[in-house]
Design a protein. Sequence first.
Lengths: 273, 340
Amino acid sequence: MADLVPSRIEVRDLTLTYGHDTVLDALNLPIPRGKVTVLAGPNGCGKSTLLRAIRRLHTGQKGQILLDNVDIASLGAKDLARQIGLLAQNPSAPPDMTVEELVRLGRYPHQAMLQPWSERDGAAVNRAMDGTGVTGLKTRRIGSLSGGQLQRAWIAMVLAQETDVICLDEPVNHLDMAHQLDCLDLVLKLNQEDGRTIVLVLHDLNLAARYADQLVFVHEGRVRALGQPEELMKPELLAEVFEVDAAIMTDPVHGRPICIPRGRARAAVQEVA
Amino acid sequence: MVSTLAMSPQSQGLRLGPARVYAGLILLLALSMLMSLTLGYKIYSLDQVWMALFAHDGSETAVVIAGLRLPRALIAPLAGAALGMAGVMVQTLSRNRIASPDTLGLNAGASLAVVVASIMLGVQSLAGLSLAAAFGAFVTAIVVFGVAASAGGLSPLKIVLVGVTFASLSHAFVEVLLTSNEAQLQQLLFWLSGAFVDRPIALFYNGLPVVIVGGIIGIGLSRALDALQADDSTAAGLGVPLAAVRGLAFVAVALLTGAAVSMAGPVAFVGLVVPHAARRLVGLRHIHQLPAAALFGAVYATLADVAARFVIYPVEAPVGAITAVVGAIVLLVLLMRRAA
Protein backbone atom coordinates (compact mmCIF):
# COMPACT_ATOMS: atom_id res chain seq x y z
CA MET A 1 0.00 0.00 0.00
CA ALA A 2 1.00 3.56 -0.65
CA ASP A 3 0.25 4.55 2.91
CA LEU A 4 3.90 5.16 3.70
CA VAL A 5 3.78 8.45 1.80
CA PRO A 6 2.89 11.12 4.34
CA SER A 7 -0.27 13.08 3.63
CA ARG A 8 0.32 16.45 2.08
CA ILE A 9 -3.29 17.46 2.61
CA GLU A 10 -5.45 16.19 5.42
CA VAL A 11 -9.17 16.93 5.28
CA ARG A 12 -10.70 16.71 8.75
CA ASP A 13 -14.40 16.72 9.66
CA LEU A 14 -15.26 18.85 6.65
CA THR A 15 -18.92 19.84 6.72
CA LEU A 16 -20.72 22.09 4.29
CA THR A 17 -24.43 22.79 4.26
CA TYR A 18 -26.56 24.76 1.81
CA GLY A 19 -29.76 25.62 3.63
CA HIS A 20 -31.09 22.25 4.77
CA ASP A 21 -28.93 20.24 2.39
CA THR A 22 -25.79 18.73 3.84
CA VAL A 23 -23.41 18.58 0.88
CA LEU A 24 -20.37 17.42 2.81
CA ASP A 25 -20.91 15.56 6.05
CA ALA A 26 -17.97 15.44 8.50
CA LEU A 27 -15.77 14.20 5.68
CA ASN A 28 -12.23 12.97 6.31
CA LEU A 29 -9.66 12.41 3.59
CA PRO A 30 -5.87 12.12 3.42
CA ILE A 31 -4.26 13.23 0.15
CA PRO A 32 -0.77 11.73 -0.17
CA ARG A 33 2.19 13.79 -1.27
CA GLY A 34 3.34 13.43 -4.85
CA LYS A 35 0.50 11.12 -5.85
CA VAL A 36 -2.50 11.38 -8.13
CA THR A 37 -5.70 11.28 -6.12
CA VAL A 38 -8.90 10.94 -8.12
CA LEU A 39 -12.28 11.81 -6.62
CA ALA A 40 -15.12 9.87 -8.20
CA GLY A 41 -18.76 9.41 -7.39
CA PRO A 42 -22.25 9.80 -8.80
CA ASN A 43 -23.70 13.20 -9.76
CA GLY A 44 -24.37 15.38 -6.76
CA CYS A 45 -22.26 13.30 -4.37
CA GLY A 46 -20.21 16.34 -3.43
CA LYS A 47 -16.94 15.53 -5.22
CA SER A 48 -16.63 18.89 -6.96
CA THR A 49 -17.68 20.66 -3.79
CA LEU A 50 -14.98 18.77 -1.93
CA LEU A 51 -12.35 19.81 -4.47
CA ARG A 52 -13.38 23.46 -4.18
CA ALA A 53 -13.41 23.18 -0.39
CA ILE A 54 -9.81 21.97 -0.48
CA ARG A 55 -9.09 25.27 -2.16
CA ARG A 56 -11.29 27.04 0.47
CA LEU A 57 -13.67 28.48 -2.09
CA HIS A 58 -16.84 27.94 -0.05
CA THR A 59 -17.97 30.33 2.61
CA GLY A 60 -19.23 28.63 5.73
CA GLN A 61 -17.30 25.41 5.37
CA LYS A 62 -16.61 23.80 8.75
CA GLY A 63 -13.77 21.54 9.72
CA GLN A 64 -10.11 21.74 8.83
CA ILE A 65 -8.02 21.43 5.70
CA LEU A 66 -4.44 20.86 6.77
CA LEU A 67 -1.75 21.54 4.20
CA ASP A 68 1.55 20.18 5.53
CA ASN A 69 -0.03 20.30 9.00
CA VAL A 70 -1.01 23.96 8.67
CA ASP A 71 -4.69 24.85 8.67
CA ILE A 72 -5.28 26.65 5.37
CA ALA A 73 -7.77 28.93 7.12
CA SER A 74 -4.70 30.64 8.60
CA LEU A 75 -3.20 31.35 5.16
CA GLY A 76 -3.84 34.49 3.13
CA ALA A 77 -5.60 34.17 -0.23
CA LYS A 78 -2.38 34.71 -2.21
CA ASP A 79 -0.33 32.45 0.08
CA LEU A 80 -2.80 29.67 -0.49
CA ALA A 81 -2.86 30.35 -4.24
CA ARG A 82 0.92 29.89 -4.33
CA GLN A 83 0.51 26.41 -2.85
CA ILE A 84 -2.68 25.01 -4.34
CA GLY A 85 -3.64 25.65 -7.96
CA LEU A 86 -7.15 25.09 -9.26
CA LEU A 87 -8.43 24.45 -12.74
CA ALA A 88 -12.14 25.14 -12.34
CA GLN A 89 -14.85 23.16 -14.05
CA ASN A 90 -15.68 24.79 -17.41
CA PRO A 91 -13.43 27.81 -16.84
CA SER A 92 -14.14 30.86 -18.99
CA ALA A 93 -12.29 33.95 -20.20
CA PRO A 94 -12.99 36.48 -22.97
CA PRO A 95 -12.58 34.88 -26.43
CA ASP A 96 -10.32 37.72 -27.59
CA MET A 97 -7.83 37.08 -24.79
CA THR A 98 -4.58 35.69 -26.19
CA VAL A 99 -3.09 32.43 -24.90
CA GLU A 100 -0.18 34.34 -23.42
CA GLU A 101 -2.49 36.80 -21.65
CA LEU A 102 -4.40 33.84 -20.20
CA VAL A 103 -1.28 32.05 -19.00
CA ARG A 104 0.02 35.26 -17.42
CA LEU A 105 -3.02 35.30 -15.13
CA GLY A 106 -1.40 32.40 -13.31
CA ARG A 107 1.27 34.77 -11.98
CA TYR A 108 -1.28 36.79 -10.00
CA PRO A 109 -0.53 35.27 -6.59
CA HIS A 110 3.20 35.86 -7.08
CA GLN A 111 2.89 39.57 -7.71
CA ALA A 112 2.51 42.46 -5.33
CA MET A 113 0.14 45.22 -6.40
CA LEU A 114 2.38 47.39 -8.56
CA GLN A 115 5.46 45.21 -8.67
CA PRO A 116 6.72 45.09 -12.23
CA TRP A 117 6.63 41.89 -14.25
CA SER A 118 9.82 40.00 -13.32
CA GLU A 119 12.12 37.66 -15.20
CA ARG A 120 10.90 34.92 -12.93
CA ASP A 121 7.32 35.61 -13.97
CA GLY A 122 8.31 35.50 -17.63
CA ALA A 123 10.28 32.27 -17.15
CA ALA A 124 7.37 30.63 -15.33
CA VAL A 125 4.97 31.58 -18.13
CA ASN A 126 7.34 30.29 -20.82
CA ARG A 127 7.93 27.05 -18.92
CA ALA A 128 4.19 26.56 -18.48
CA MET A 129 3.54 27.14 -22.18
CA ASP A 130 6.43 24.86 -23.20
CA GLY A 131 5.30 22.11 -20.85
CA THR A 132 1.80 22.11 -22.28
CA GLY A 133 2.83 22.60 -25.90
CA VAL A 134 1.05 25.92 -26.42
CA THR A 135 4.11 28.13 -27.01
CA GLY A 136 3.36 28.17 -30.74
CA LEU A 137 -0.16 29.41 -29.97
CA LYS A 138 0.74 32.22 -27.62
CA THR A 139 -0.48 35.09 -29.82
CA ARG A 140 -3.66 33.22 -30.78
CA ARG A 141 -6.95 34.34 -29.28
CA ILE A 142 -8.44 31.65 -27.10
CA GLY A 143 -11.76 31.86 -28.93
CA SER A 144 -10.01 30.51 -32.04
CA LEU A 145 -8.56 27.40 -30.33
CA SER A 146 -9.86 23.84 -30.56
CA GLY A 147 -11.20 22.23 -27.39
CA GLY A 148 -7.99 20.31 -26.79
CA GLN A 149 -5.76 23.35 -27.37
CA LEU A 150 -7.93 25.46 -25.10
CA GLN A 151 -7.72 22.97 -22.26
CA ARG A 152 -3.92 22.89 -22.65
CA ALA A 153 -3.85 26.67 -22.43
CA TRP A 154 -5.88 26.55 -19.21
CA ILE A 155 -3.57 23.93 -17.74
CA ALA A 156 -0.66 26.19 -18.68
CA MET A 157 -2.37 29.00 -16.75
CA VAL A 158 -2.53 26.82 -13.63
CA LEU A 159 1.08 25.66 -14.18
CA ALA A 160 2.31 29.25 -14.32
CA GLN A 161 0.99 29.52 -10.77
CA GLU A 162 3.89 27.18 -9.77
CA THR A 163 2.02 25.32 -7.07
CA ASP A 164 3.02 21.96 -5.60
CA VAL A 165 -0.61 20.89 -5.44
CA ILE A 166 -2.86 21.12 -8.50
CA CYS A 167 -6.59 20.48 -8.31
CA LEU A 168 -8.50 19.88 -11.55
CA ASP A 169 -12.28 19.76 -11.59
CA GLU A 170 -13.47 17.49 -14.42
CA PRO A 171 -10.77 18.70 -16.81
CA VAL A 172 -11.77 16.38 -19.68
CA ASN A 173 -15.51 16.96 -19.65
CA HIS A 174 -15.98 18.33 -23.13
CA LEU A 175 -13.08 16.65 -24.89
CA ASP A 176 -13.15 13.80 -27.34
CA MET A 177 -11.38 10.54 -26.48
CA ALA A 178 -8.00 11.44 -27.97
CA HIS A 179 -7.90 14.79 -26.23
CA GLN A 180 -9.09 13.31 -22.93
CA LEU A 181 -6.07 11.02 -22.93
CA ASP A 182 -3.82 13.81 -24.15
CA CYS A 183 -4.93 16.05 -21.31
CA LEU A 184 -4.68 13.41 -18.58
CA ASP A 185 -1.30 12.22 -19.84
CA LEU A 186 -0.14 15.80 -19.50
CA VAL A 187 -1.42 15.90 -15.93
CA LEU A 188 0.32 12.59 -15.22
CA LYS A 189 3.55 14.02 -16.58
CA LEU A 190 3.32 16.91 -14.11
CA ASN A 191 3.00 14.35 -11.37
CA GLN A 192 5.73 11.99 -12.49
CA GLU A 193 8.33 14.48 -13.71
CA ASP A 194 7.82 17.30 -11.23
CA GLY A 195 6.49 15.28 -8.30
CA ARG A 196 3.42 17.47 -7.95
CA THR A 197 0.48 16.35 -5.88
CA ILE A 198 -2.54 16.08 -8.14
CA VAL A 199 -6.19 16.00 -7.11
CA LEU A 200 -8.59 15.26 -9.94
CA VAL A 201 -12.35 15.03 -10.15
CA LEU A 202 -13.24 12.61 -12.93
CA HIS A 203 -16.59 11.44 -14.12
CA ASP A 204 -15.42 8.46 -16.12
CA LEU A 205 -14.70 5.61 -13.75
CA ASN A 206 -12.36 3.80 -16.14
CA LEU A 207 -10.27 6.93 -16.65
CA ALA A 208 -10.27 7.39 -12.88
CA ALA A 209 -9.00 3.85 -12.30
CA ARG A 210 -6.42 4.27 -15.00
CA TYR A 211 -4.83 7.47 -13.73
CA ALA A 212 -5.31 7.25 -9.95
CA ASP A 213 -2.68 6.30 -7.40
CA GLN A 214 -5.36 6.78 -4.81
CA LEU A 215 -8.99 6.45 -5.85
CA VAL A 216 -11.66 8.00 -3.66
CA PHE A 217 -15.37 7.16 -3.86
CA VAL A 218 -17.46 10.05 -2.58
CA HIS A 219 -21.03 9.14 -1.73
CA GLU A 220 -23.68 11.30 -0.08
CA GLY A 221 -21.18 13.83 1.22
CA ARG A 222 -18.81 11.30 2.75
CA VAL A 223 -15.81 9.29 1.65
CA ARG A 224 -17.28 5.84 1.14
CA ALA A 225 -14.00 4.15 0.25
CA LEU A 226 -10.44 5.00 -0.68
CA GLY A 227 -7.44 3.06 -1.80
CA GLN A 228 -5.70 1.78 -4.89
CA PRO A 229 -7.99 1.29 -7.90
CA GLU A 230 -7.70 -2.51 -7.58
CA GLU A 231 -9.11 -2.30 -4.08
CA LEU A 232 -12.05 -0.10 -5.01
CA MET A 233 -13.16 -1.47 -8.32
CA LYS A 234 -15.37 -4.19 -6.84
CA PRO A 235 -18.87 -5.03 -8.12
CA GLU A 236 -20.48 -4.68 -4.66
CA LEU A 237 -18.94 -1.26 -4.09
CA LEU A 238 -19.86 0.00 -7.55
CA ALA A 239 -23.41 -1.23 -7.02
CA GLU A 240 -23.63 0.65 -3.75
CA VAL A 241 -21.96 3.91 -4.77
CA PHE A 242 -22.85 4.22 -8.44
CA GLU A 243 -25.94 1.98 -8.55
CA VAL A 244 -24.62 0.06 -11.51
CA ASP A 245 -24.35 -3.65 -12.00
CA ALA A 246 -20.89 -3.98 -13.49
CA ALA A 247 -18.33 -6.61 -14.33
CA ILE A 248 -14.72 -5.83 -13.48
CA MET A 249 -11.91 -6.86 -15.77
CA THR A 250 -8.26 -6.05 -16.03
CA ASP A 251 -7.31 -3.70 -18.82
CA PRO A 252 -4.87 -5.80 -20.92
CA VAL A 253 -2.77 -2.76 -21.90
CA HIS A 254 -2.20 -0.99 -18.58
CA GLY A 255 -3.12 -3.72 -16.12
CA ARG A 256 -5.60 -1.41 -14.45
CA PRO A 257 -9.10 -2.54 -13.48
CA ILE A 258 -11.88 -1.50 -15.82
CA CYS A 259 -15.57 -1.76 -15.24
CA ILE A 260 -18.09 -2.87 -17.81
CA PRO A 261 -21.59 -2.00 -16.70
CA ARG A 262 -24.29 -4.50 -17.53
CA GLY A 263 -26.88 -2.06 -18.64
CA ARG A 264 -29.14 -2.13 -21.60
CA ALA A 265 -26.35 -2.26 -24.12
CA ARG A 266 -27.28 -3.38 -27.60
CA ALA A 267 -25.92 -6.90 -27.24
CA ALA A 268 -27.78 -7.46 -24.00
CA VAL A 269 -31.02 -6.24 -25.52
CA GLN A 270 -30.59 -8.52 -28.49
CA GLU A 271 -29.84 -11.41 -26.19
CA VAL A 272 -33.13 -10.89 -24.41
CA ALA A 273 -34.99 -10.67 -27.70
CA MET B 1 12.52 34.27 -43.81
CA VAL B 2 9.98 35.51 -46.28
CA SER B 3 7.10 34.12 -44.29
CA THR B 4 8.01 35.94 -41.06
CA LEU B 5 7.88 39.22 -42.90
CA ALA B 6 4.52 38.40 -44.40
CA MET B 7 2.96 36.96 -41.27
CA SER B 8 4.01 39.11 -38.34
CA PRO B 9 1.57 42.00 -38.68
CA GLN B 10 -1.42 39.76 -39.22
CA SER B 11 -0.90 37.39 -36.32
CA GLN B 12 -0.92 40.34 -33.94
CA GLY B 13 -4.15 41.77 -35.33
CA LEU B 14 -4.35 45.49 -34.62
CA ARG B 15 -2.07 45.29 -31.61
CA LEU B 16 0.90 47.52 -32.28
CA GLY B 17 2.56 47.52 -28.88
CA PRO B 18 1.44 49.91 -26.16
CA ALA B 19 4.23 52.48 -26.53
CA ARG B 20 3.36 53.23 -30.17
CA VAL B 21 -0.34 53.30 -29.36
CA TYR B 22 0.17 55.80 -26.54
CA ALA B 23 2.37 57.99 -28.72
CA GLY B 24 -0.17 57.95 -31.53
CA LEU B 25 -3.09 58.70 -29.24
CA ILE B 26 -1.28 61.55 -27.49
CA LEU B 27 -0.53 63.08 -30.89
CA LEU B 28 -4.19 62.69 -31.90
CA LEU B 29 -5.32 64.20 -28.62
CA ALA B 30 -3.13 67.27 -29.10
CA LEU B 31 -4.46 67.61 -32.62
CA SER B 32 -8.10 67.25 -31.61
CA MET B 33 -7.71 69.74 -28.75
CA LEU B 34 -6.21 72.17 -31.20
CA MET B 35 -9.21 71.61 -33.48
CA SER B 36 -11.49 72.21 -30.52
CA LEU B 37 -9.79 75.56 -29.90
CA THR B 38 -9.77 76.75 -33.49
CA LEU B 39 -12.89 75.32 -35.13
CA GLY B 40 -16.49 76.35 -34.45
CA TYR B 41 -19.06 78.98 -35.32
CA LYS B 42 -16.04 81.18 -35.90
CA ILE B 43 -12.77 79.72 -37.05
CA TYR B 44 -9.67 81.12 -35.40
CA SER B 45 -6.11 80.93 -36.55
CA LEU B 46 -3.36 79.29 -34.52
CA ASP B 47 -1.88 82.76 -33.92
CA GLN B 48 -5.13 83.97 -32.38
CA VAL B 49 -5.33 80.89 -30.17
CA TRP B 50 -1.73 81.32 -29.10
CA MET B 51 -2.33 84.95 -28.25
CA ALA B 52 -5.51 84.26 -26.30
CA LEU B 53 -3.89 81.54 -24.22
CA PHE B 54 -0.45 82.97 -23.57
CA ALA B 55 -0.66 86.71 -24.26
CA HIS B 56 -4.25 87.59 -23.39
CA ASP B 57 -4.82 91.12 -24.73
CA GLY B 58 -8.44 91.54 -23.62
CA SER B 59 -9.73 91.52 -27.20
CA GLU B 60 -13.09 89.90 -27.95
CA THR B 61 -11.36 87.08 -29.80
CA ALA B 62 -9.14 86.37 -26.82
CA VAL B 63 -12.13 86.43 -24.47
CA VAL B 64 -14.05 83.95 -26.60
CA ILE B 65 -11.11 81.57 -26.97
CA ALA B 66 -9.98 81.66 -23.35
CA GLY B 67 -13.46 81.85 -21.84
CA LEU B 68 -15.53 79.59 -24.12
CA ARG B 69 -13.28 77.45 -26.29
CA LEU B 70 -10.63 76.58 -23.71
CA PRO B 71 -12.98 75.14 -21.05
CA ARG B 72 -14.59 72.75 -23.52
CA ALA B 73 -11.23 71.83 -25.04
CA LEU B 74 -10.21 70.70 -21.54
CA ILE B 75 -13.51 69.33 -20.20
CA ALA B 76 -14.31 67.18 -23.24
CA PRO B 77 -11.08 65.12 -23.10
CA LEU B 78 -11.22 64.79 -19.31
CA ALA B 79 -14.83 63.60 -19.36
CA GLY B 80 -14.04 61.26 -22.27
CA ALA B 81 -11.03 59.83 -20.43
CA ALA B 82 -13.10 59.29 -17.29
CA LEU B 83 -15.93 57.57 -19.16
CA GLY B 84 -13.48 55.44 -21.14
CA MET B 85 -11.79 54.11 -17.99
CA ALA B 86 -15.14 53.67 -16.24
CA GLY B 87 -16.39 51.73 -19.26
CA VAL B 88 -13.39 49.37 -19.18
CA MET B 89 -13.97 48.59 -15.52
CA VAL B 90 -17.74 48.16 -15.91
CA GLN B 91 -17.26 45.75 -18.80
CA THR B 92 -14.72 43.74 -16.84
CA LEU B 93 -16.79 43.74 -13.64
CA SER B 94 -19.93 42.64 -15.47
CA ARG B 95 -18.04 40.40 -17.95
CA ASN B 96 -20.30 42.00 -20.49
CA ARG B 97 -18.92 43.79 -23.52
CA ILE B 98 -22.09 45.79 -24.07
CA ALA B 99 -22.22 47.11 -20.51
CA SER B 100 -21.25 50.68 -19.66
CA PRO B 101 -21.86 53.23 -16.90
CA ASP B 102 -25.20 53.83 -18.66
CA THR B 103 -26.13 50.16 -18.16
CA LEU B 104 -25.41 50.38 -14.45
CA GLY B 105 -27.88 53.24 -14.20
CA LEU B 106 -25.21 55.76 -13.18
CA ASN B 107 -26.03 58.33 -15.86
CA ALA B 108 -29.74 57.97 -15.18
CA GLY B 109 -29.15 58.39 -11.45
CA ALA B 110 -27.13 61.53 -12.15
CA SER B 111 -29.90 62.92 -14.37
CA LEU B 112 -32.50 62.25 -11.71
CA ALA B 113 -30.41 64.01 -9.09
CA VAL B 114 -30.05 67.04 -11.37
CA VAL B 115 -33.76 67.22 -12.08
CA VAL B 116 -34.64 66.79 -8.41
CA ALA B 117 -32.11 69.44 -7.41
CA SER B 118 -33.39 71.84 -10.02
CA ILE B 119 -37.14 71.36 -9.63
CA MET B 120 -37.61 70.37 -6.02
CA LEU B 121 -34.68 72.08 -4.32
CA GLY B 122 -34.53 75.10 -6.59
CA VAL B 123 -30.87 74.71 -7.42
CA GLN B 124 -30.06 76.94 -10.41
CA SER B 125 -26.30 77.33 -10.52
CA LEU B 126 -24.29 75.08 -12.81
CA ALA B 127 -21.92 74.26 -9.98
CA GLY B 128 -24.84 73.16 -7.84
CA LEU B 129 -26.29 71.04 -10.62
CA SER B 130 -22.96 69.42 -11.41
CA LEU B 131 -22.47 68.56 -7.76
CA ALA B 132 -25.95 67.02 -7.78
CA ALA B 133 -25.00 64.98 -10.85
CA ALA B 134 -21.87 63.58 -9.23
CA PHE B 135 -23.83 62.87 -6.07
CA GLY B 136 -26.54 61.11 -8.08
CA ALA B 137 -24.03 58.88 -9.90
CA PHE B 138 -22.31 58.02 -6.64
CA VAL B 139 -25.50 57.21 -4.72
CA THR B 140 -26.79 55.12 -7.63
CA ALA B 141 -23.51 53.20 -7.69
CA ILE B 142 -23.78 52.45 -3.98
CA VAL B 143 -27.45 51.48 -4.21
CA VAL B 144 -26.97 49.27 -7.29
CA PHE B 145 -23.92 47.63 -5.74
CA GLY B 146 -25.70 47.19 -2.40
CA VAL B 147 -28.86 45.69 -3.88
CA ALA B 148 -26.90 43.39 -6.19
CA ALA B 149 -24.73 42.26 -3.27
CA SER B 150 -27.62 41.71 -0.87
CA ALA B 151 -29.45 39.65 -3.49
CA GLY B 152 -26.79 37.00 -2.90
CA GLY B 153 -23.39 37.22 -4.52
CA LEU B 154 -22.28 39.89 -6.94
CA SER B 155 -22.77 38.03 -10.16
CA PRO B 156 -22.11 40.06 -13.32
CA LEU B 157 -25.62 39.45 -14.57
CA LYS B 158 -27.16 40.59 -11.31
CA ILE B 159 -25.23 43.85 -11.30
CA VAL B 160 -26.42 44.66 -14.82
CA LEU B 161 -30.03 43.66 -14.11
CA VAL B 162 -30.16 45.80 -10.98
CA GLY B 163 -28.49 48.65 -12.91
CA VAL B 164 -30.95 48.48 -15.79
CA THR B 165 -33.86 48.38 -13.34
CA PHE B 166 -32.61 51.48 -11.56
CA ALA B 167 -31.95 53.24 -14.85
CA SER B 168 -35.56 52.69 -15.95
CA LEU B 169 -36.84 53.81 -12.59
CA SER B 170 -34.73 56.98 -12.65
CA HIS B 171 -35.79 57.75 -16.20
CA ALA B 172 -39.42 57.34 -15.20
CA PHE B 173 -39.03 59.81 -12.33
CA VAL B 174 -37.20 62.25 -14.61
CA GLU B 175 -40.04 62.07 -17.15
CA VAL B 176 -42.69 62.64 -14.50
CA LEU B 177 -40.84 65.56 -12.94
CA LEU B 178 -40.15 67.17 -16.30
CA THR B 179 -43.69 66.74 -17.58
CA SER B 180 -45.16 68.31 -14.48
CA ASN B 181 -42.70 71.22 -14.61
CA GLU B 182 -42.74 72.23 -18.24
CA ALA B 183 -41.33 75.66 -17.57
CA GLN B 184 -37.97 74.26 -16.63
CA LEU B 185 -37.99 71.63 -19.35
CA GLN B 186 -36.19 73.72 -21.93
CA GLN B 187 -33.45 74.68 -19.54
CA LEU B 188 -32.79 71.12 -18.39
CA LEU B 189 -33.19 69.41 -21.73
CA PHE B 190 -29.86 70.57 -23.09
CA TRP B 191 -28.13 69.47 -19.95
CA LEU B 192 -29.82 66.09 -19.92
CA SER B 193 -28.49 65.13 -23.33
CA GLY B 194 -24.94 65.95 -22.33
CA ALA B 195 -22.76 68.77 -23.59
CA PHE B 196 -19.37 70.38 -23.16
CA VAL B 197 -20.47 73.84 -24.23
CA ASP B 198 -20.92 76.76 -21.80
CA ARG B 199 -19.13 75.05 -18.96
CA PRO B 200 -17.05 77.14 -16.57
CA ILE B 201 -13.44 76.05 -16.37
CA ALA B 202 -13.87 75.54 -12.61
CA LEU B 203 -15.67 72.28 -13.43
CA PHE B 204 -12.47 71.03 -15.04
CA TYR B 205 -10.39 71.82 -11.97
CA ASN B 206 -12.97 70.14 -9.72
CA GLY B 207 -13.17 67.06 -11.92
CA LEU B 208 -9.45 66.57 -12.53
CA PRO B 209 -8.43 65.27 -9.08
CA VAL B 210 -11.47 62.96 -8.94
CA VAL B 211 -10.61 61.47 -12.33
CA ILE B 212 -6.97 61.04 -11.27
CA VAL B 213 -8.01 59.21 -8.09
CA GLY B 214 -10.41 56.97 -10.03
CA GLY B 215 -7.71 56.20 -12.59
CA ILE B 216 -5.13 55.39 -9.91
CA ILE B 217 -7.52 52.98 -8.20
CA GLY B 218 -8.10 51.30 -11.56
CA ILE B 219 -4.38 50.97 -12.31
CA GLY B 220 -3.76 49.67 -8.79
CA LEU B 221 -6.39 47.00 -9.35
CA SER B 222 -5.22 46.21 -12.87
CA ARG B 223 -3.86 42.73 -12.16
CA ALA B 224 -6.90 41.73 -10.13
CA LEU B 225 -9.12 43.06 -12.92
CA ASP B 226 -7.14 40.98 -15.43
CA ALA B 227 -7.91 37.88 -13.38
CA LEU B 228 -11.56 38.90 -12.97
CA GLN B 229 -11.97 38.58 -16.72
CA ALA B 230 -11.93 34.84 -16.08
CA ASP B 231 -14.77 33.15 -14.20
CA ASP B 232 -15.19 33.61 -10.43
CA SER B 233 -13.82 30.18 -9.49
CA THR B 234 -10.67 30.74 -11.52
CA ALA B 235 -10.17 34.24 -10.14
CA ALA B 236 -10.74 33.08 -6.56
CA GLY B 237 -8.41 30.14 -7.20
CA LEU B 238 -5.71 32.65 -8.16
CA GLY B 239 -6.17 34.35 -4.79
CA VAL B 240 -8.17 37.38 -5.95
CA PRO B 241 -10.35 38.73 -3.11
CA LEU B 242 -13.45 39.01 -5.30
CA ALA B 243 -15.73 41.13 -3.12
CA ALA B 244 -13.02 43.61 -2.15
CA VAL B 245 -11.82 44.07 -5.73
CA ARG B 246 -15.36 44.48 -7.05
CA GLY B 247 -16.21 46.97 -4.31
CA LEU B 248 -13.10 49.08 -4.91
CA ALA B 249 -13.49 48.99 -8.68
CA PHE B 250 -17.08 50.07 -8.26
CA VAL B 251 -15.95 53.05 -6.20
CA ALA B 252 -13.54 53.95 -9.00
CA VAL B 253 -16.35 53.65 -11.57
CA ALA B 254 -18.61 55.85 -9.45
CA LEU B 255 -15.87 58.48 -9.05
CA LEU B 256 -15.06 58.52 -12.76
CA THR B 257 -18.68 58.56 -13.93
CA GLY B 258 -19.64 61.09 -11.29
CA ALA B 259 -16.82 63.39 -12.36
CA ALA B 260 -17.72 63.05 -16.04
CA VAL B 261 -21.41 63.65 -15.46
CA SER B 262 -20.70 66.62 -13.22
CA MET B 263 -18.66 68.22 -16.00
CA ALA B 264 -20.72 67.34 -19.06
CA GLY B 265 -24.01 65.73 -18.12
CA PRO B 266 -24.82 62.19 -19.20
CA VAL B 267 -22.85 61.86 -22.44
CA ALA B 268 -24.26 58.62 -23.76
CA PHE B 269 -22.40 55.49 -24.83
CA VAL B 270 -18.84 56.83 -24.54
CA GLY B 271 -18.16 54.20 -21.87
CA LEU B 272 -19.57 51.55 -24.19
CA VAL B 273 -17.59 52.36 -27.32
CA VAL B 274 -14.16 53.32 -26.01
CA PRO B 275 -13.17 50.04 -24.27
CA HIS B 276 -13.63 48.13 -27.52
CA ALA B 277 -11.15 50.39 -29.27
CA ALA B 278 -8.72 50.19 -26.35
CA ARG B 279 -8.74 46.38 -26.31
CA ARG B 280 -8.18 46.22 -30.05
CA LEU B 281 -5.22 48.53 -29.73
CA VAL B 282 -3.38 47.17 -26.68
CA GLY B 283 -4.98 43.86 -25.70
CA LEU B 284 -6.74 42.80 -22.54
CA ARG B 285 -4.29 43.62 -19.75
CA HIS B 286 -5.72 46.47 -17.71
CA ILE B 287 -2.34 48.08 -17.09
CA HIS B 288 -2.53 49.03 -20.79
CA GLN B 289 -6.27 48.82 -21.38
CA LEU B 290 -7.04 51.61 -18.88
CA PRO B 291 -4.52 54.21 -20.13
CA ALA B 292 -5.41 53.42 -23.74
CA ALA B 293 -9.11 53.85 -22.93
CA ALA B 294 -8.38 57.14 -21.17
CA LEU B 295 -6.48 58.48 -24.19
CA PHE B 296 -8.88 57.13 -26.78
CA GLY B 297 -11.87 58.37 -24.77
CA ALA B 298 -10.30 61.81 -24.57
CA VAL B 299 -9.77 61.94 -28.35
CA TYR B 300 -13.23 60.53 -29.06
CA ALA B 301 -15.08 62.99 -26.83
CA THR B 302 -13.09 65.95 -28.12
CA LEU B 303 -13.72 65.06 -31.76
CA ALA B 304 -17.42 64.46 -31.01
CA ASP B 305 -17.53 67.90 -29.43
CA VAL B 306 -15.97 69.45 -32.53
CA ALA B 307 -18.40 67.55 -34.76
CA ALA B 308 -21.32 68.78 -32.64
CA ARG B 309 -20.52 72.33 -33.78
CA PHE B 310 -20.97 71.49 -37.46
CA VAL B 311 -23.71 68.85 -37.89
CA ILE B 312 -26.51 71.43 -37.78
CA TYR B 313 -24.34 74.51 -38.33
CA PRO B 314 -24.72 77.31 -37.32
CA VAL B 315 -26.69 75.85 -34.40
CA GLU B 316 -24.79 73.62 -32.01
CA ALA B 317 -25.98 70.02 -31.52
CA PRO B 318 -25.75 68.41 -28.09
CA VAL B 319 -22.63 66.24 -28.07
CA GLY B 320 -24.58 63.52 -26.26
CA ALA B 321 -26.70 63.12 -29.37
CA ILE B 322 -23.57 62.59 -31.50
CA THR B 323 -22.07 59.99 -29.16
CA ALA B 324 -25.49 58.32 -28.90
CA VAL B 325 -25.67 57.89 -32.67
CA VAL B 326 -22.10 56.55 -32.90
CA GLY B 327 -22.69 54.38 -29.84
CA ALA B 328 -25.93 52.96 -31.23
CA ILE B 329 -24.17 52.00 -34.48
CA VAL B 330 -21.31 50.32 -32.59
CA LEU B 331 -23.80 48.54 -30.34
CA LEU B 332 -25.73 47.24 -33.36
CA VAL B 333 -22.53 46.00 -35.00
CA LEU B 334 -21.50 44.25 -31.77
CA LEU B 335 -24.90 42.62 -31.38
CA MET B 336 -25.01 41.50 -35.00
CA ARG B 337 -21.49 40.10 -34.80
CA ARG B 338 -22.46 38.21 -31.65
CA ALA B 339 -25.56 36.80 -33.30
CA ALA B 340 -23.60 35.70 -36.36
